[in-house]
Design a protein around this ligand. Sequence first.
Ligand code: FAD
Length: 492
Amino acid sequence: MKNGMQIKTALKIAVGPDRFHENPDKLSEYAHGGAFVAGQTPLCAVEPKTTDQVAAVVRAAVETGANLIPCSSGSPRSQRGCRVPADIPSVVVDMGKMDRINRINRRNKVAIVEPGVRFGTLQAEAKKLGMKALLPLLPRASKSVVAAYLEREPITIPKYHWDMTDPMLCVETIFGTGDMFRTGGAAGPGSLEEQWKSGASQKNPMGPAQTDLVRVIQGAQGTMGIVTWSSVKLEVLPAIRKGYFVTSPRIETLIDLAYAMTQRRLGDELFLLNAQAMAGILEKDKAKIEGLAKKLPPWILFYCVAGYEIFPELRVRQQERDIAALANKLDLKTVPDLNGARGDSLARMLDEPSPEPWWKDRLKGAHAEVFFLTTMDGVPVFLEAMGELADAHGYPAEDMGVYVQPVQQGRNCHLEFMLPFDPKDADDKKRAQDLFDEAGKVMFEKGAFFSRPYGPWAELAYSRCPDTVAAIKTVKDILDPHHVFNQGRICL
Ligand SMILES: Cc1cc2nc3c(=O)[nH]c(=O)nc-3n(C[C@H](O)[C@H](O)[C@H](O)COP(=O)(O)OP(=O)(O)OC[C@H]3O[C@@H](n4cnc5c(N)ncnc54)[C@H](O)[C@@H]3O)c2cc1C
């Protein structure tokens, strides 16, 4: 099948001519391939506005054999997100126009958002009701909330990260048959409106019965279904919040403190950065970033303490005292500012997306990322290996940003190496690319868990578990029997 004209005609009918695009200028927006992959232009793109239109798009793809690539974040496109394959005629399903917040509820601290909703919009609406959204660390402004949560971008508050699926709860999705399916409490009985009337808020991700299909859809890189909305956790807006820094020449000591804090559920936002990454957040200009990185201590743990509605001052004071005592035992000191930067100001920054340019690109204009899950006590092994690799490739180790985000209440962590490079300097780019390529393999051999296996990492991760690959393929055949979604991604 796969006749370009047939595909275009069927899709134009599915969404209507206004939501169908084949203009090369518009299509070039989707041609971003990531740090090192040349972008490909899709055959066409559609921008559905309703769940029914998404279902019609999927049915049209089944009829014509189109390959659908769902994407939700706006330009500039993610390095990891919707990538158009070179050899398959593909249609981008841009969910950006489905941008309503369908419900926001203070009593149950939950919102229902469509994929086009961005963090800035959700945060502004949540604040009006005395709540806050749970953000990844300074996402780019165009990042979709639903896409970030689908991709398990880590949030910065480990104690509110109860489950690996958090803060994503229930979803509505269109499977590869064109059927609509709702997961968790949203599955029923009753419509959403009837559930709201009876006090239900789509907060329970389990269901229907003993299933939780979010666990299949999340992290699947758009291969299992297209999510049309998700209920997401919100938290109470603190009445008082303070930000503190703890610094050390050795990350091991800060990791001990992070374990001690997360075990006791102390602190809200809590993460570790090296000097380079912190400088990239606090400064915008290349020279200033380089200057600040030289002045800062090598490792920085940042945390916030917050008081809410009940005895907020008391809550903050008690936490400040307890954390200072834990730090003291490790010969560390908690301080409210770092080289003139106020912890309270950084705390406020964390509530919003990154100001432009995106903090990860500020040093050299572009970056590659190597990230995976490990446990915090495993981090030093990976740091040492990455330092050795950088030296071997002639990559300046001092340019490398490191971000350690405890997740699931400190049970494990997201470890991220940011490798800035100048996209206009071929040598610089090649150095970063060579390091990126080898780092994936070396980190994997050392036990890195690529829970989000993008690009070359998929081969690494899945080559060791053929039985899992067989199970994933079986599930794929059930949920997307005609294979209309994102061919060639993960192990499919
Ligand atoms: C009683 C019980 C309670 C649980 N409670 C919770 C809970 O509270 N919260 C929670 O989040 N989970 C919970 N789980 C789920 C459990 O934690 C996960 O199933 C587990 O972490 C995944 O490990 P696994 O050994 O099952 O599969 P794995 O073999 O680890 O595989 C998991 C997935 O990762 C892929 N994979 C394998 N290796 C790699 C690699 N190196 N890189 C990338 N991908 C890879 C596989 O293909 C597969 O898709 C619970 C499970 C049980 C049985």
